[in-house]
Design a protein around this ligand. Structure first.
Ligand SMILES: *[C@@H]1O[C@H](CO)[C@@H](O)[C@H](O)[C@H]1NC(C)=O
Ligand SMILES: *[C@@H]1O[C@H](CO)[C@@H](O)[C@H](O)[C@H]1NC(C)=O
Ligand SMILES: *[C@@H]1O[C@H](CO)[C@@H](O)[C@H](O)[C@H]1NC(C)=O
Ligand SMILES: *[C@@H]1O[C@H](CO)[C@@H](O)[C@H](O)[C@H]1NC(C)=O
Ligand SMILES: *[C@@H]1O[C@H](CO)[C@@H](O)[C@H](O)[C@H]1NC(C)=O
Ligand SMILES: *[C@@H]1O[C@H](CO)[C@@H](O)[C@H](O)[C@H]1NC(C)=O
Ligand SMILES: [Ca+2]
Ligand SMILES: [Ca+2]
Ligand SMILES: [Ca+2]
Length: 598
């Protein structure tokens, strides 16, 4: 598969991975790396999933990228009283060394035609149209992030073009990823974002010893990576008398009684793990707003860039399903950690490390049909699994210029979900539980954010979420045209389809209750709305729970509240799915401390 910051000439071959958020994530990442800042708000790649004839419009993510970078450069040059060329150099200097060459390649390309200072005759739109990362395709409207300069849009573009001609530069369509030094970075990211299995897993049991590349941020640490029978969630082999086979840190035997600790402390305690089959919400997509706010740009906010990319810009280690451990990245993410995993482990410390986050940015019910295969569970040798099926958005986010053409239909939703459940019935141990979560009614996003200022506009107070939505839709690079939309009729129609798809899941949980032998299946509505309403009742504002850069995902605080809401719902409707409280928890802690940590 090939990918890049896309231009009109680029095509991407592939399936689910390119969809929506996935694209957004990858494109964004490419651009982050390439330009040193968050430059494309979205993916806009032509993709197999969008049909063979699909083309991104008006420069797509190249245009979005250019616009963001030039906006930041302009702001930096004002903040530090320096020329735009110096400001762009400053931006590059914030990046980890690995990415500096790519950034400098971009700087060399645009440097000669950057104005000394951006004047009243120019703005990021006119500069990016001159370069031209942005253009206007036949039959389409011109895309602008900002209002035209007072001297007129055409005037600003013409002025820049003249400068380019003086430098002997062509005004052919430009593609960021074709710039020297940048393709390697694009390939690097592609490679990461395409894979759903751990990158380091010697015994191929699905569990790793490193954090990133689908490692311990996503699934419990493998305590023996040379033996596939030893992994989180295993039923202990010979009661772990000599070694820890389930990686929960409990093994050996009590010297006084001679009985094994697994037997004494964990025996009959209904051990289990938790897994989520999900999308970017469950993976916990989070783009640091520090990357979008010129006053916060610094070396510090980019120092975790390689880690962040190798985790696909996701934060499963802090997510509502599989969060665990401590926040080691306070420069770029803040807020409380709570998760179903933490609660299951607190309920029974024998469950330590038994978590799997099988969520992928952009996943929808169709994409899940292949993603699900990276779940690692043996129906006989492993403990039961509380499994969330949480595809809360992408099935209504597939559309492009025709917002509704590619949305999943109720019949397809039923087929995909039943296929996944049939697969789970084969791989999950007896007495597991599957919780289907409905799609979000994401009209709340527009209602909460549309007239607020986006981080990119904070310095000048000049860029709202509505402007962002229109700009991304104009370029056809929105992660979800149906929700991130200034047309209320379209938002309402998206809500209708989302409700229809949720009803399919609800219906499956009722009519197919007895269809599966290894698990009970239940349904709950997407908890985000409930969480927001509770938050409002306590005097909070909904935007405080939404990711500020994309305006689309639950942020760290929101993730923690979602964990609590889902836990409480399970407690009420199917408490058996959580197992019992282990009376030996205090003893486990006394004898085994932090059980080997994470
Ligand atoms: C900005 O820099 C220029 C020359 O580098 C200087 O003349 C000017 O006074 C500076 N402005 C401010 C506000 O510091
Ligand atoms: C998190 O940090 C606290 C305080 O440093 C420490 O006591 C605790 O063990 C840490 N937890 C994990 C899971 O590492
Ligand atoms: C889903 O659709 C495919 C293709 O039409 C069909 O072969 C399959 O049996 C369906 N599966 C379910 C579970 O309905
Ligand atoms: C499944 O549901 C039945 C009936 O409600 C209940 O008795 C059983 O404990 C449930 N099993 C699990 C694993 O939740
Ligand atoms: C909003 O979208 C609907 C459905 O596509 C369309 O008929 C209508 O003209 C749009 N309204 C505006 C103001 O663009
Ligand atoms: C959209 O739905 C809301 C809530 O149901 C309703 O109040 C509003 O009138 C609808 N707007 C349009 C344009 O259909
Ligand atoms: Ca392994
Ligand atoms: Ca192993
Ligand atoms: Ca053990």
């Amino acid at each position: 598969m090939t990918t890049r910051c896309t231009g009109p000439s680029i095509s991407i071959h592939g399936s689910y991975i390119e969809q929506n958020i996935a694209k957004m994530g990858r494109e964004l990442t490419v651009c982050v790396v390439v330009l040193g800042v968050l430059c494309c708000l979205s993916g806009g790649a032509a993709s197999g999933a969008r049909g063979p004839g699909y083309r991104s419009i008006n420069g797509g993510s190249n245009c979005a990228a250019c616009t963001v970078v030039i906006s930041l450069v302009e702001q930096l040059s004002e903040i530090y009283n320096e020329t735009t060329v110096q400001a762009l150099d400053r931006l590059c200097s914030f990046l980890p060394t690995k990415f500096q060459n790519a950034c400098k390649a971009f700087a060399d390309f645009v440097g000669p035609v950057l104005p000394e200072f951006i004047s009243k005759e120019e703005n990021p739109d006119t500069i990016c149209h001159a370069l031209p990362f942005c253009h206007t395709d036949p039959g389409h409207q011109r895309c602008q992030a900002y209002p035209s300069p007072s001297t007129g849009f055409e005037f600003g573009v013409r002025k820049r073009r003249e400068v380019m001609k003086q430098h002997g530069l062509s005004v052919e369509k430009a593609d960021i990823c074709n710039l020297p030094g940048i393709k390697e970075i694009c390939d690097y990211i592609d490679n990461i974002f395409d894979k759903h299995d751990p990158g380091v897993d010697v015994d191929t049991d699905g569990f790793s010893t490193i954090e990133t590349l689908r490692g311990t941020s996503w699934r419990g640490r493998d305590c023996d990576d040379s033996n596939g029978d030893r992994h989180p969630g295993a039923r202990p082999v010979m009661n772990d008398v000599a070694f820890d086979s389930n990686c929960n840190g409990i093994y050996g035997s009590d010297p006084t009684s001679g009985k094994t600790y697994e037997e004494v402390l964990c025996g009959g305690t209904e051990q289990r793990g938790v897994a989520v089959l999900g999308d970017s919400i469950s993976a916990h997509f989070h783009l640091p707003e520090e990357w979008m706010d010129a006053r916060k740009l610094s070396f510090d906010v980019f120092k975790h860039l390689p880690f962040i990319l190798e985790n696909e810009i996701d934060w499963p280690q802090m997510s509502s399903a599989t969060g665990h451990g401590n926040n080691s990245w306070p420069e770029v993410i803040q807020g409380p950690i709570d998760s179903l995993y933490l609660r299951l482990a607190a309920r029974n410390r024998c469950n330590h490390r038994d978590y799997q986050n099988i969520a992928v940015n952009g996943a929808d019910s169709e994409g899940m049909l292949s993603i699900q295969k990276s779940l690692s569970r043996n129906p006989v040798k492993d403990q039961p699994l509380l499994t969330l099926y949480a595809l809360v958005g992408n099935d209504v986010c597939n559309g492009h210029e025709d917002t509704f053409a590619d949305m999943t239909t109720p019949a397809e939703m039923r087929n995909h979900t039943m296929t996944t459940l049939a697969y789970l019935d084969k791989v999950l141990p007896m007495h597991s539980h599957v919780l289907l979560i409905g799609l979000a009614d994401a009209r709340i996003l527009y209602n909460s954010l549309h007239d607020r200022i986006h981080p990119l506009g904070r310095y000048r107070n000049d860029f709202t979420y509505s402007m962002l939505y229109d700009f991304l839709n104009c370029l056809d690079v929105s992660p979800c045209r149906g929700w991130l939309q200034t047309n209320e009729t379209i938002r309402n129609m998206t809500a209708v389809r989302a409700a229809e798809l949720s009803n399919v899941l609800k219906d499956i949980a009722t009519t197919e209750k007895s269809a599966f032998s290894s698990f009970n299946v239940t349904y709950m509505d997407c908890p985000f709305e409930q969480v927001l309403n509770q938050w409002k009742k306590q005097g909070g504002e909904p935007w405080q729970l939404i990711e500020p850069v994309d305006g689309f995902h639950a942020n760290q605080q929101g993730q923690a509240l979602i964990a609590a809401a889902v836990w409480e719902a399970i407690e009420q409707t199917s408490p058996a799915a959580l197992g019992q409280l282990n009376p030996n928890n205090a003893n486990i802690q006394r004898i085994f401390g932090n059980q080997g940590g994470y």
